[in-house]
Design a protein around this ligand. Sequence first.
Ligand code: ATP
Ligand code: MG
Length: 437
Amino acid sequence: MKIQAINGFKDILPDEVTRWQHIEQVTRDIFHRFNFKEIRLPILEETQLFARSIGQSTDIVEKEMYSFTDKGITMRPEATASLLRAFIEHGMHVQQPVHKLYTIGPMFRHERPQKGRLRQFHQLDAEIIGAVEPEVDAELMAMGQLLLAELGLEASLEVNSLGCPQCRPAFRQKLVDYLEKYTDQLCGDCRRRISTNPLRVLDCKNPNCRELVNDAPSILDALCTDCDEHFARVRSSLDLLGVTYTPNPLMVRGLDYYTRTTFEFIARNLGAQSAVGAGGRYDGLIEELGGPKLSGIGFAMGIERLVLLLQEKDKSESAPRNQVDIFIAALGDQATLKCFQLAHLLRKTGIRAGMDYSGRSLKAQMKLAGRLGARFTLIVGDQELQEKKAGLRNMQDQSQEDFSLHQTPEETARNLKTIITESLPVNERPDFTRRQI
Ligand code: ATP
Ligand code: MG
């Protein structure tokens, strides 16, 4: 019997991992510039944590969680709840007033797998705890947009306010009154949502429901003075930072804990799964989970969807990839041993070196060097070794020069390192300063 990966759970193969590493590297770089610190969290939590935070009548809690029902634990479907649980548990609020935290890792939801939608997927998650000012909302969205921009991706930002416990109940009632007039025209899910979670009707994907909610009362007309002012300042702060956005009063998000600002980054090339990232403010949640009375706001980006977008982009740009700086082609037993040693010394100095031990022909080895995207190939045969010389081929222009082996292996490695480094544009030169042999 052939055993395969479970539907919705995907292997990330080495060629693709390069993109994942790039995304993670850019993310960390940007998040650190905004003074975020990393936190690493467990995958399993008490089921109660998600039921209480995400909300009992949300799709995630109702039907998408992977739970061990006999043990009362669940594989996290998102990161915010776990992060806040840890924040409260470790009394982190006593250390300083505002915390900026991020985490990267897998999440689990039992959804129907399709392009950009998996059952194990991965998120980059950033949260700011302890700040209520609208500038913070704008800063966080600006950080998300910068991340997409530095990855070379385009996405639009949609922003809404969901009000607060002061103004939302009245809006909810107004919406229910409106929806009840059209019950028979709504989809089955939405008919149920009228009593459980009426705001969710606003972002139903069913064309009939969409048509109906276009004329529904708008949350932005129902905000209390404080929420209205907060939202106005979020918008003016975004303007100040030069972040372009579109207000979308129909965006409600699938998690109950949001208050005031919510937002989504929407990409054009993702088809049905167009949201690449999303987030919002959750001002009552920390207290709800038994913590101090602190505000919070955060967002999560889906790494799989970022990867899809980068793949699309690479198709049009076809960037060359260098897996090694130098390939060493050895011909003959003596040469192989010499090169074996040289490759290791090069790696110790920080150079990415490739080699093949199987005694293939020069032609086969040159092909391998090409496949690895080597910048140089050093060609050493037994005969040349006697004469202490080798050939150094520049793989970009295919020019070849003699390279003298009249040195100790360490000197040879150092010389090659200098040649390789100097062949690179200054901004692409690796930082070798600490690696000496
Ligand atoms: P969607 O509308 O696509 O279902 P969502 O509102 O459920 O997204 P969030 O819970 O806000 O998404 O998660 C934030 C991001 O995580 C999404 O924008 C998306 O990029 C990613 N994401 C969510 N669910 C999945 C999934 N099942 N597979 C892959 N990525 C996902
Ligand atoms: Mg979803």
